[in-house]
Design a protein around this ligand. Structure first.
Ligand code: SF4
Length: 458
């Protein structure tokens, strides 16, 4: 599908250039709309029916569905492309930890604590789990309601409530009225009752069927009533030919959504619970689950329910998710400046690196762990890594000279020695000539800095 251009979006706007939307011109507003930095409703100047036309024109092929509310609202879907390099993906997959109402209170509480407390910092971003999915494995409305209440008391983030019984699901929804959990799931037998519950509690609704044409029919029936807050679950077959069928189904659904097939253009979800139901070995199941989640992240799922509480199992998922959902048009970068690490003084060494975020956080982390006071001068390489910046002539003698001057490094230390990343060895002479500083060639890998300093820095 071709994306609207800014000029086409501009065609839907009132063209008053009144700046009431916070942008100086309607064209600037059109560009911000395309980048999802503004919403159509941010312009108050539409005449009757005009806002609806713009909303329809700018709604992404995969509709966006919001679950939860307030600060913990989570947007699912809203994507426009098959592959991230075609544009970017906008709304990261929600990773939800499974809780069953057959677990005792202590186990439920420990799962809630895990979601509340898990945090892993990578490239300057704090990675977390997104929410909790509560499964009515007992089939008992009272038990399910109690489990939902325990979770809701301790956890304020997004929730998924799972049961194919309308009575059981209704009991859970009543326990978290106003929190807009995703209700799972409508199927061929129960969809009218499930739709009534979703409308009563103003919640998004998941639709499940292993048969794609049935899935489309149920979603189409619900959409025809005007209810568009749907998420589709085509089911996960975790093994052998079933896995291939699953990945194929997910690909077909995404393709159909991008072609705006009306009953299909909703976010996709899936659960790894079938892995646990077919395995007796918990370690093997956790290992298999992390591989399966990686595949599902790659195959367009907007929400994944997983079961393992082993960090080694789900850590790969949160890191892969971060990689997939960063904007490929923008190099992840850090602010170019002089960083002080471990309280340096006038005798401390000065290291040079690029402002590619991954390089910076690796080098800074190694220096911090070494507990050696030092300066790290991060040169503006437009977010390129050291080797690439060298090849692109962004990390060159004049850039280093400018960084030294801009950050007044000569006033911070009483020596004139720079430690370069090992790959800059071939331009070390030119750097000495340009800057007047003596150059030491550091290691290729920042994890070797400790032994380098021992041998080379008095
Ligand atoms: S408020 Fe509307 S009419 Fe005014 S500049 Fe913004 S987009 Fe244009």
């Amino acid at each position: 599908m071709k994306r609207l251009t800014a000029l086409q979006v501009y065609g839907y706007l009132p063209k008053k250039n009144c700046a009431k939307c916070g942008e100086d011109t309607c064209m600037a507003f059109a560009i911000k709309l395309l980048e999802r930095e503004k919403k159509p409703a941010d312009c108050p100047e539409f005449g009757p029916g005009e806002l609806e036309k713009l909303v329809e024109a700018t709604t992404p092929p995969v509709r966006d569905v919001v679950m939860g509310g307030g600060k913990s609202a989570l947007t699912l879907g809203g994507e426009e492309v098959m592959y991230r390099h075609e544009l970017r993906f906008f709304n990261p997959t929600a990773l939800m930890l499974d809780v069953s109402d057959l677990m005792d209170d202590k186990e439920i509480k420990s799962r809630v604590d895990l979601v509340n407390n898990f945090e892993f910092e990578r490239i300057g971003e704090k990675l977390r789990l997104d929410g909790i999915s509560i499964r009515a494995a007992s089939g008992d409305a009272g038990k399910f309601k109690k489990a939902v209440e325990i979770v809701a008391r301790e956890f304020k983030g997004p929730l998924v409530l799972c049961s194919f019984s309308p009575e059981v699901l209704q009991a859970g929804a009543e326990a978290v009225k106003g929190r807009r959990p995703l209700l799972y799931a409508a199927n061929a037998k129960n969809w009218e009752k499930m739709l009534a519950i979703a409308k009563e509690f103003d919640c998004p609704l998941a639709v499940h069927s292993m048969d794609l044409s049935e899935l489309g029919t149920i979603a189409g029936n619900i959409s025809a009533t005007g209810f568009k807050n749907l998420v589709l679950d085509p089911g996960i077959e975790p093994n052998g030919a079933g896995l291939a069928r699953t990945l194929d189904n997910l690909t077909q659904l995404r393709k159909a959504a991008l072609h705006r097939v009306e009953e299909i253009r909703y976010p996709l979800m899936g659960s790894t619970i079938p892995v646990w139901q077919s395995s007796k070995d918990e370690t093997q199941a956790a290992l298999y689950e992390s591989n399966l989640v990686a595949m599902l992240l790659d195959r367009f799922l907007s929400l994944i329910v997983f079961h393992s509480t082993e960090a080694w199992s789900f850590l790969t998922s949160v890191v892969l998710k971060q990689n997939i959902y960063t904007d490929p048009r923008v190099e992840p970068s850090t602010e170019p400046k002089l960083y002080e690490i471990n309280s340096p003084d006038e005798n401390s060494p000065v290291f040079i690196t690029s402002n590619f975020a991954l390089t910076y956080f690796n080098v800074a982390g190694d220096l911090e762990n070494m507990k050696f006071p030092c300066y790290l001068l991060v040169v503006d390489t437009e977010g390129l890594a050291v080797t690439v910046a060298l090849a692109a002539d962004k990390l060159n003698p004049s850039a280093i000279k400018k960084a030294l001057k801009d950050n007044k490094v000569a006033e911070k230390v009483k020596h004139k020695k720079l430690i370069l990343p090992g790959v800059l060895a071939r331009i070390s002479g030119a750097i000495e000539d340009a800057t007047g500083w003596e150059v030491l060639i550091g290691p290729q890998d920042s994890s070797m800095i400790g032994s380098f300093l021992k041998d080379n820095w008095k």
